[in-house]
Structures are given as C-alpha cells and as structure tokens.
Design a binder for this molecule. Structure first.
Ligand code: CO8
Length: 373
C-alpha cells in the first residue's frame, strides 16, 4: 500500500476521426501515383514498386479501425501525407498544452481539486512539441497552479513512469497532489508514406490526479498498491529526430527522423517481457493474477493484449476484463492505458483489484496495481 490514490482522470479527444478506409484510399492513391511516375525505373529494376495497403490487413494484424487526429486534411492529401498544424505565436498557448489543459480540467473536476490544491504538473509523453520551456510549465501557468512542473519522456510508458515518480514525490512530502498529463500528437511524427506503420497511431490527451488518501474527497478513487518499472535497450522502435539534427543537415527530412519500428520483433520480444514483469510484480505484492478484476493495458495491438491477458490471468480474458479502445483510438502512445482506465472503471466495487500497464519504445514497461477504495 502506498497511501496514494488516483482521484481523477480526464480525456481530450480531437475532433477528427480517420477510418481505415479513408487512410488506405489516400495511401493507395499515393502508391499508384508513385508507381506511375517511376514506371520506367521500376520496369528496369532500378527501384521497387510500392505495394498497396489494405483495410483487411490493418484490422486483422492490429485490431485498429480508426484514429483521431488534430488535423485530417493534410494527412489524407496524397501530396502532403502529414498533418498541417499552423505554428502559433509565442504569446498563444501551444497546441500540446491546449490539449493537456482540456484533459487536466476534467481530471481536476473529477478529483474535486482546484489549482490551489495541486503542487506539481508532470507532462509525460512521447511526442513533445518543443524542448523548452517545458510544456508542463505552460500547462501549470494556464491552469494557475503554483509549485513546479517538468516534462518527461519514456515513450509509450511515460504515463506509468510519471505515476511512480508522482507517487514517490507525494510520499516524500514534496507535493500534496500532482497532475500528470499525457498529450500525444502522434500524427506529427508518423510516416504516413510507410505501409508498415501508416495506420498505427492517433492523437489524444489524458490526465491523472494523484494525491494522498487522507486528502481525497471522491468516492470513485483507486489506491496504488504498488508500481514497477522496467527498461531494456532495443533499437526496434526508434526515432532519430533531435537536437543534433541541425549539426548533421544531410540527415534532415530522412525517414529515420520519424517513427520507425520492426513491428514483428517488437511483438515477439515485448509480450514475454511484459507478461513476466506483471507476473513478478503481482507475486511481490502477494496478488494472484486470477484476482485481478481488470487489466488496463497499453493499446498498441489487440493480439498483444490478448496474449498478455492470458499469461497474467492464467486463462482467456473474459469480455470486459481487458478493455480495448485501440479499435477507435489506435495506438495513442502513453495515453492508451489511461484512456482504457478512464472509460472502463466505473463499475468496479470497493476492494476490486486492477492493473494499468504500459509498454513500448526503449523497451520500456510500467505496471501500476490498483485497489478500488
Ligand atoms: N497493408 C497490407 N499488407 C501489409 C501492410 C499494410 N498496411 N503492412 C505490412 N503488410 C504486409 C507485409 O509486407 C508482410 O507481407 P509478407 O508476409 O508478404 O512479407 C505481411 O503484411 C506481414 O507483415 P508484418 O510481419 O510486419 O505484420 P505483423 O503481423 O507483424 O503486423 C504490426 C504489423 C501490426 C505493426 C504488428 O507487428 C505490431 O503491432 N507490433 C507491435 C508494435 C508495437 O507495439 N509497437 C510499439 C510502438 S509504440 C512506442 O513505444 C513508440 C511511441 C512513439 C510514438 C510515436 C508516434 C509517431
């Protein structure tokens, strides 16, 4: 028992949804155009023809049916195939902070907390908009929160790593309550011209309020009974966008400055890593896997979640035990498991156990075991 509770969560869903059909039509238009423009080079074997994408493949391989995005036209335009989000002046709120604030306001309302009750803001996400000033400090300013804020990035595991950091800081007396926000504009760093991954990600923001059990005034709270984090270096998910790009101009605009992965290797390596981590974490807390009422898992691939659920519970997960949101939202990086928690915990009874678990680039994985207060 940590004595720390989740007292509120929030979700901001962008206004535009892209179906697999829309995405595949746009991608296949691009492929046809590319192949006809390069017909001679393809015919003489100098370059390979691009292959079309397919809705059936996407649904079968991943479970994804649609994704929300901040901007849709640019993504679907075969000449652009990237969102077009105009820059804002420095005296306007940034797009990422705006999404974070919307999710944070819902989480604070749910937790019955005002800005005066919160002492720190952590922005924990994969796809930050800029290096500095920290987005967290901008969010803190927009919400009128005193204290401190900082950004952190552990890719898809950012939210669970943020929760452990926040719980530790509250326990140590550095803050009474902490707001963690996970704004993800994954579409900004997704290569929509890459058939292997163009369908994977979506945009969203989630927020979580953590505080001590004694200060919590809501009935619908969950106590953190333990957290566990794990990292293991892998190049199988990588993005080389960064501070040194300007020092190597020949690399600017190359595909490695966007999201890249060896999807099948990730699948095969991460499923056992995460299943073992959850199992050993539960053992250390004396919680048998079969006692878990709910698994709010990272939302990357439906088959990964089925396998992890089966290994942890020791049987096939029943309907609703491991809620799926990736069909509607796709992979939203750090936010996925938090969306699942936000949408699917209201029916749980006092004493019920559940686990939030994230996994992704690094590799990184985090598990947070919860008991309904
Ligand atoms: N349409 C039709 N066919 C396709 C397509 C497509 N779109 N894509 C691939 N194929 C074909 C391939 O060419 C291949 O054909 P062949 O067998 O003839 O060679 C066949 O389909 C099978 O290809 P794969 O083996 O690659 O397919 P998989 O069954 O492995 O499915 C997945 C691919 C869905 C990507 C799957 O491997 C997967 O989900 N893996 C796990 C991925 C994962 O969890 N990644 C974590 C990333 S999240 C993270 O931590 C980073 C956060 C950063 C956020 C960045 C925002 C941009």
């Amino acid at each position: 028992m940590t004595g720390i509770v989740i007292s509120g969560t929030g979700l901001y869903t962008p206004p535009h949804s892209i179906s697999n059909e829309e995405l595949v039509t746009s991608f296949n238009n691009y492929v046809e155009r590319y192949n006809s423009e390069h017909a001679v080079a393809i015919a003489n074997g100098a370059i390979e023809a691009l292959q079309p994408s397919s809705v059936e493949f996407i649904v079968k391989a991943s479970g994804i049916q649609a994704r929300y995005v901040v901007e849709k036209e640019g993504v679907l335009n075969p000449d652009i195939m990237a969102p077009r989000i105009p820059e804002r002046a420095n005296d306007e709120i940034s797009v990422l902070a705006e999404m974070a604030v919307a999710a944070a306001q819902e989480a604070m309302r749910q937790a019955h907390k005002t800005a005066a009750d919160i002492d720190a803001v952590i922005v924990a996400c994969s796809n930050s908009q800029r290096p500095y000033p920290a987005i967290a400090i901008e969010v803190q300013n927009a919400l009128g929160i005193e204290g401190f804020g900082f950004d952190m990035n552990v890719a898809c595991s950012s939210a669970t790593f943020g929760m452990q950091a926040a719980a530790d800081m509250i326990s140590a007396g550095h803050a009474r309550a902490i707001l963690i926000v996970n704004p993800e504009i994954c579409s900004g760093h997704l290569n929509f011209r890459n058939r292997n991954c163009h369908f994977i990600f979506g945009d969203v923001a989630t927020a979580i309020v953590l505080e001590k059990k004694e200060t919590c005034t809501v009935a619908d709270a969950f106590e953190i009974i333990g957290t566990k984090l794990q990292t293991k270096f892998s190049n199988n998910i990588r993005n080389n966008f960064g501070f040194l790009n300007n020092a190597a101009p020949e690399g600017i605009g190359q595909p490695d400055k966007l999201f890249m992965q060896e999807g099948l290797k990730v699948f095969k390596e991460v499923v056992p890593m995460v299943s073992d981590m959850i199992t050993s974490h539960l053992q250390s807390l004396d919680v048998p896997g079969k006692n878990l009422r709910r698994l709010w898992l990272h939302q990357a691939n439906i088959h990964m979640n089925e396998l992890i659920g089966k290994r942890v519970l020791g049987r096939e997960p029943q309907e609703g035990e491991a809620p799926v949101i990736l069909n509607e939202y796709a992979n939203t990086s750090s936010a996925g498991s938090i969306i699942a928690f936000h949408k699917y915990h209201q029916d749980m009874k006092s004493g019920d156990l559940g686990i939030i678990c994230s996994f992704g680039a690094g590799y990184s994985a985090g598990s947070v075991v919860l008991r309904k207060v």
